[in-house]
Design a protein around this ligand. Structure first.
Ligand code: HXC
Length: 258
């Protein structure tokens, strides 16, 4: 499928989606978010795809929601048409693993979109920030909620109130990203990570994602109970037999189709 504001490639079980509005540093507009929803839905349905990578360009993952597009919106426009709510959260419905590969700016809505990924790998040139207060609004895609959960209240308040950008090293230190790699190797490294996950049983990867996300929505005992149910259910699946027998037979497991 051809997109206007995305570039999409498939690398053996891994889909790579690039945000692509280079002249506006990938500012996120309605068309791009609609297309992103379509691309996620397509790969979620495609049994040949096990992992999805979301990235931008070397200069910018995304410099925020498109300020030019929203500058004249009224309260009625945003509330009635459910701005952001209408097309930003398709990514949260994806049950397969989604890795964010962040190079350059991830600001405002760009940082919020990145935080909707399952985990982030940053190029060493990445910069994260929530500068919305400078353009007169609060964050609107989860910045005040996901950021403190990811990095704690002190760091989140600092970023949200002062608009200070943090670099990749600080982002890794405080747990916003899982790894930092040289910017010019970012896609290569993230593809390798994704290919590794893609060799695992996709059904188990999806269950792990489901369990981890549940940890943020429920109590500890409910979450552990949920995890235990899925663990028990695993003993009714071919992935468990293949994984454990392969270990004991000293061979690599073959999780094809599992
Ligand atoms: C629209 C944007 C944009 C944005 C950059 N551009 N960010 N257009 N919306 N968020 C455009 C610029 O207008 C410019 O277009 C071109 O991209 C290059 O940007 P420059 O500013 O010339 O580049 P540079 O000097 O390198 O500065 C990079 C930057 C700066 C530090 C990232 O662009 C910047 O501060 N951008 C805005 C960041 C921001 O405030 N984001 C939060 C937005 S509010 P022209 O045509 O002049 O070349 C938000 C709300 C989220 O995200 C709430 C719901 C999700």
């Amino acid at each position: 499928m051809e997109y206007q504001d995305l570039l999409v490639e498939v690398h053996d079980k891994v889909a790579l989606i690039r945000l692509n509005r280079p002249k506006a540093l990938n500012a996120l507009n309605d068309n791009m978010m609609n297309e992103l929803g379509e691309a996620f839905a397509k790969f979620e349905k495609d049994p040949a795809i096990h992992v999805i990578i979301l990235t931008g360009s070397e200069k910018a993952f995304a410099a925020g929601a498109d300020i030019a597009a929203m500058k004249d919106y009224t309260y009625q426009d945003t509330h009635r048409d459910n701005y952001i709510g209408r097309n930003w959260e398709h990514i949260l419905k994806v049950r397969k693993p989604v890795i964010g590969a962040v190079s350059g700016f991830a600001l405002g809505g760009g940082c919020e979109l990145a935080m909707m990924c399952d985990f982030l790998v940053a190029g060493d040139n990445a910069k994260f920030g929530q500068p919305e207060i400078k353009v007169g609004v609060t964050p609107g895609a989860g910045g005040t909620q996901r950021l403190p959960r990811a990095i704690g209240k002190a760091k989140a308040m600092d970023m949200l109130l002062t608009t200070r950008m943090i670099d990749a090293a600080e982002a890794e230190r405080i747990g916003l990203v899982s790894r930092v790699v040289p910017a010019d190797k970012l896609i290569e490294e993230v593809l390798e990570i994704a290919q590794g996950i893609a060799q695992m049983p996709v059904s188990v990867a999806m269950q792990i994602k489901d369990c981890v996300n549940r940890a943020f929505e429920t109590t500890l005992s409910e979450g552990v109970n949920y995890e235990r149910r899925l663990f028990h259910a695993g003993f009714g699946t071919p992935a468990q037999r293949e994984g454990m027998y392969a270990f004991l037979e000293k061979r690599l497991p073959n999780f094809e189709g599992l």
